[in-house]
Design a protein around this ligand. Structure first.
Ligand code: ATP
Length: 813
């Protein structure tokens, strides 16, 4: 910077001084000389303050060796004191001593950055220090009467001169003005600050001078950040408050804008600089931490929501919902367990041993497991007996035991023994109550627990429908299928809140599931435009199945959006408030579709139902839609390969023919069941014989009454709307193409002022599809309004006369 000036402008005195350079040795010699001179000044002045009176008389003879003065530096001290203090600037002359020492220090320690001194700073120091000295001596000139030493002769004379021309007040104002100009230019202080500083400076003149010199050191523009940090550290060592440390340096560095700006920057930056430099690395670490925090923001927000409101409770809307009490179920066994008829057991054993003996099958050991309806005799054959031999003799053994329902299990899977199931003479009913109240069911940690009944060891058999994931159920009429379905539905009613599971019930027989109508607004799901939740019309089933497919697709979309693999994960995420309902997320209830007579459905609708059923069976598991399909006729054209492939879990009640057993279970056995709820269950591997729990219609009625009497949702759970291919959405229907019952239908609708297809079905004895088509024709004719979801369509013609008029107009046009 200095060199630049040298080349660009003619060298001034200042630049000459600036550029004046000394050798290092010269610097040391000159530096130490100046320090010594400064010390001489200082001690001379100091001593002069106390000895000037005594020495003053001697001053005339100064230079005479015989003259003895009191000053610590003798004649020199007395002379210097007289010149600088008495005749000069009074006590302000000390600044000359200080400035000389500092200059000496600068030269002596040049290159060491000692006290952050630089050549420029030294020049500034002298400039401002001398100005300050003059100003101070003039000010102290007011107090000349108290002591001639305070302001010195120069101070007194200038003060006197000022007072002669402008008076006392004028001189004070002028000096104050200079002080304000000085402080304002230098420090950019407000008047309040200046006044405060001024008062302080007045009180602590000497301290201020020292402070000035030390703090001015920190204003060099050329010094780097490190220097500024050092300076800050230096100033903090002084016995001043932190605020004062920040302010003092600026107090004494007015005048030079460039330096001033630098000083300001320094003042702003230096307090933060040190921590910034020191913590640069730490802050990087902290930033990394913040990133992690940000990633967890959603979680944090979710956990905050959970903290504030608790987990989302899907049951809250029906918060007071009471699960049906166990007392509603009848206890058929009156608490008694299975009665063991020892005689029967012994007789059966003897007959088994004897029969097998006839076929030359020796028995090593025989044990009996007594179940509710059958007893399993487990036989360990003698060594060398082939299992297949026993299996082949199944019918003969059964004949010999002369009992229906003998099933030979050879071998019992995983045991290596042969099982012979013999029905009990007095089978005991497995009550629904006993299975519902069993710990196995009560403590089952399953999504959709179903207590099917009791197995051969009289243990409650509980399975998870969500794991099945769909169930195919077959059995000849009167063998316990309907009871089985009720048993499944009852299990779910006892374990799941209405918010958690919804049933879609298809009951072509129209009687089996009607009882569940009472819980329509609690547990049932239906199509938006259908009146009854329980579907009894096969043609509606197609729409319902397709609607379920739409529901399935929609659920897959929201699961994808929530990045969840299945409904369980999704609902858990939703409950912990990690999914925003504003983005279309909602708690998803399980949907269980129950079709009571599938054969009937296939016969009437054929492929139209098979396709959506197969699609649901293949895909709906993950989104919580499960199918339970029951059929009386397990023939191959009902239970097709496609259906079978997607229903690994199957239940068979008694069937009449072995072939039916094979169709449903892929093996025989179901034809040898004894009926009345005796069933075989398979989840794809072994067959398990279970006595289905018995729940009678009055019990189901009590349960549905109990639930139905409680506060319900405003409507049944609505499935997505499905408009079938033949739904007749086209409104360009010509008059000729109108249904023959069009006129009748229009009259019915207008008379009732209710635009519903089901009204037409009832009044005109029409099928669903035809009624739907007529409604569309009525809409095209402007008789009814457009489809309005669950509500009936608006009727646009007020009376029959208007209808007549409308139709006539149509003809004429
Ligand atoms: N688990 C069971 N325990 C005891 N008895 C049962 C059981 N299941 C069914 N039964 C008896 O069998 C009868 C017929 O049962 P259910 O009505 O369930 O037969 P189904 O197979 O549905 O017949 P359909 O197909 O004709 O409707 C019942 O009335 C009952 O007496």
């Amino acid at each position: 910077m200095a060199r630049k000036k040298k080349t660009s402008t003619p060298p001034s005195l200042i630049s000459k001084i600036k550029n004046f350079s000394l050798t290092r040795r010269q610097e040391v010699i000159l530096g130490s000389g100046l320090m010594a001179l400064g010390a001489i000044f200082f001690f001379s002045f100091l001593s002069f303050l106390f000895t000037w009176r005594e020495d003053q008389s001697e001053l005339v003879d100064l230079g005479n060796r015989a003259v003895v003065t009191k000053n610590w530096l003798n004649q020199l001290g007395a002379w210097l004191g007289d010149i600088f203090v008495y005749k000069g600037f009074g006590i302000a002359a000390f600044s000359i001593a200080v400035l000389t020492i500092l200059t000496g220090v600068y030269l002596f320690a040049a290159g060491k950055n000692f006290l952050s001194l630089s050549r420029k700073r030294i020049l500034q120091l002298w400039f401002w220090g001398l100005l300050l000295m003059i100003w101070l001596s003039v000010v102290l000139g007011y107090f000349h009467n108290y002591s001639a030493l305070l302001g010195g002769t120069v101070g007194f004379e200038i003060n006197d001169l000022l007072q002669d021309y402008v008076g006392l007040i004028g001189s004070i104002l002028i000096l104050t003005f200079f002080a304000i100009v000085y402080l304002t230019l230098r420090l950019k202080l407000t008047p309040e600050k200046i006044a405060a500083r001024f008062a302080k400076a007045k009180q602590t003149v000497e301290n201020s001078i020292e402070d000035v010199s030390s703090h001015i050191e920190s204003t060099d523009e050329e010094k780097d950040w490190e220097e500024s940090v050092t300076h800050t550290a230096t100033t903090t060592s002084e016995p001043t408050t932190e605020n004062e440390i920040k302010k003092q340096p600026t107090t004494m560095k007015s005048g030079d804008m460039e330096i001033n700006i630098a000083q300001e920057e320094e003042e702003e930056l230096s307090p933060e600089l040190e921590p910034t430099l020191k913590t640069t690395e730490k802050e990087v670490d902290l930033e990394v931490g913040e990133v992690i925090d940000e990633e967890q923001l959603i979680d944090n927000k979710a956990s905050k929501l959970v903290e504030d409101f608790g987990e989302f409770d899907p049951t809250l809307e029906l918060g007071n919902y009471q699960f049906p009490p166990i007392d509603l179920l009848k206890d058929y066994s009156q608490g008694k367990t299975i009665t063991i008829n020892e005689e029967e057991l012994a007789a059966n054993k003897d007959r088994i041993v004897e029969t097998l003996k006839n076929y030359k099958i020796g028995i090593a050991k025989i044990t009996a497991n007594i179940g509710p309806t059958v007893t399993l005799y487990e036989i360990v054959p003698e060594a060398g007996i082939r299992i297949s031999k026993i299996k082949n003799l199944e019918d003969d053994i059964a004949l010999s035991l002369s009992a229906l329902g003998i099933r030979i299990i050879a071998p019992i899977p995983g045991r290596g023994t042969i099982g012979i199931e013999v029905p009990n003479q007095k089978p005991s009913i497995v009550s629904m109550r006993s299975v519902i109240s069993s710990p196995k069911f009560q403590k089952a940690e399953m999504q959709l627990p179903i207590a099917l009944g009791k197995n051969i060891s009289n243990e409650t058999f509980v399975v998870d429908l969500a794991k099945m994931p769909h169930l195919l159920m077959a059995g000849a009429t009167g063998q316990g299928k309907s009871v089985g379905l009720n048993c499944i539905l009852t299990s779910l009613l006892y374990s799941k809140h209405p918010a958690e599971v919804k049933f879609v019930l298809v009951d072509p027989k129209k009687v089996e599931l009607t009882l569940f109508n009472k819980i329509e607004r609690h547990y049932l799901a239906k199509l938006p435009d259908s009146e009854d939740a329980i579907i009894t019309d096969n043609s509606k089933v197609i729409n319902t199945l397709n609607s379920l497919c739409i529901e399935m697709d929609q659920r897959y979309d929201i699961l994808k959006d929530a990045m969840c693999r299945n409904i369980k994960e999704y609902n858990a995420k939703f409950k912990s408030r990690k999914l925003n309902p504003a983005n279309g997320h909602k708690f998803l209830p399980y949907i269980v579709l129950v079709v009571d007579e599938f054969a009937d459905l296939i016969m009437t609708a054929g492929k139209e139902v098979e396709t959506p059923i197969a699609r649901l069976a293949q895909l709906a598991r993950a989104v919580g839609i499960h199918l339970i399909i029951a059929t009386q006729r397990p023939s191959v054209n009902v239970i097709t390969g496609m259906i079978k492939a997607n229903f690994p879990a199957r239940i068979s009640f008694r069937v009449m023919q072995k072939v039916d057993s094979r169709t449903i279970l892929d093996s025989g056995g179901a034809d040898q069941l004894i009926g009345r709820g005796d069933m075989l269950y398979t989840a794809g591997n072994e067959l398990i014989r279970i006595q289905c729990a018995f729940v009678d219609t009055p019990e189901v009625e009590k349960i549905t009454d109990f639930i139905g009497s409680q506060k319900a949702y405003p409507d049944a759970h609505l499935l997505p709307e499905y408009v079938g291919e033949d739904g007749g959405t086209s409104l360009d229907i010509s008059i000729e193409e109108r249904d023959s019952k069009f006129r009748d239908a229009a009259e019915v609708i207008i008379t009732a002022q209710q635009g519903s297809a089901s009204l037409l079905q009832r009044k005109l004895k029409l099928g669903y599809n035809r009624a739907g088509r007529i409604i569309d024709q009525l809409e095209a004719a402007g008789i009814v309004g457009p489809f309005e979801g669950s509500k009936a369509r608006q009727v646009l013609v007020p009376d029959l006369n208007s209808l007549e008029q409308l139709l006539n107009e149509e003809k004429n046009s």
